[in-house]
Every structure is written in structure tokens, then in C-alpha cells.
Design a protein. Structure first.
Length: 148
């Protein structure tokens, strides 16, 4: 059975987010899948994602990866529970940079929902390079009113 990325659900394919939007041809275009209780994404950095040092991933890209992957996990958790994808926004993003993240190998993001209330989701996420955790974050997302 073939899995479908959260971002490719027909209800949300209109998403143009730079990090997770499948409709943004210039974005990071991450794809997130559930593996049991964890939402997982594998993503390959490119040379133009460098930080100041060669072959090290830019910290802002790391933050965007953690934010977008975590928010997609939250978005889908709400949809699974409530039957529809809500409009959501990030209200808090905390990132710890543990070690330089190399660009050469695919990276893995592993997110876990730690709290899901009526309006809020709290997600913890790790970024791994060759099995080593190089960054981790906590993302809080909330439902927001639909735009007019």
C-alpha cells in the first residue's frame, strides 16, 4: 500500500508555504508521513542551503524544517481527530542547535504530538543526520480564524 504525504492530501494541496507547500515550486517541499506515533520526513539539503561554513546547513532552514514538519503533524492530528483540516498558525517555535548539520546526507525529521487540545497542539521534533540528533525543537500551533 502506497502512503500519501500529509502535504498531498487533496484537501490541502493548495498550500503554498515555502517549507511544506506542495504548490510552491521554489520551496523546500517537505513530505511528512506517519510511522506509528511519530510523523517522519526525509529531506535532502542542497548546496545552496549552506550556512556560512561550507557543507553545513543554514540555521534558518533548520528552523523552517522543524516548524513546517511539526505544523503538518499537528494539522493532520487535528484532521484525524475532528474530520477536517483546520486553519492553523505557529505561535511559538523553540529550536536548540546541538551540532553542525551536514548537507551531504539526507536528513530525517521525527515529530511527536505531546499535547492536542481543542485549539492548540504542542509538537516536539528532532532533526537527525546519519542517525545523530543535530537539532531539536518545540512548536506550538493554534487554530486561527479562516481569512475573509
Amino acid at each position: 500500500m502506497e502512503r500519501t504525504a500529509i502535504q498531498h492530501n487533496p484537501e490541502v494541496e493548495w498550500n503554498i508555504c515555502w517549507g511544506c507547500g506542495p504548490s510552491n515550486e521554489h520551496g523546500l517541499r517537505i513530505e511528512s508521513y506517519w510511522e506509528g506515533e511519530e510523523c517522519v520526513c526525509t529531506w535532502q539539503p542542497q548546496p545552496h542551503h549552506n550556512a556560512g561554513r561550507p557543507n553545513v546547513l543554514n540555521g534558518g532552514i533548520i528552523a523552517a524544517l522543524i516548524d513546517c514538519h511539526s505544523m503538518c503533524a499537528a494539522w493532520d492530528a487535528f484532521a484525524q481527530r475532528d474530520g477536517a483540516f483546520p486553519d492553523m498558525g505557529t505561535v511559538s517555535l523553540k529550536v536548540e542547535y546541538l551540532a553542525p548539520t551536514p548537507i551531504g546526507a539526507p536528513l530525517q525529521l521525527r515529530a511527536r504530538i505531546v499535547e492536542l487540545t481543542e485549539k492548540k497542539a504542542v509538537v516536539n521534533c528532532s532533526l537527525l543526520s546519519s542517525g545523530k540528533e543535530t537539532a531539536r525543537g518545540e512548536v506550538i500551533g493554534v487554530r486561527i480564524p479562516a481569512p475573509d
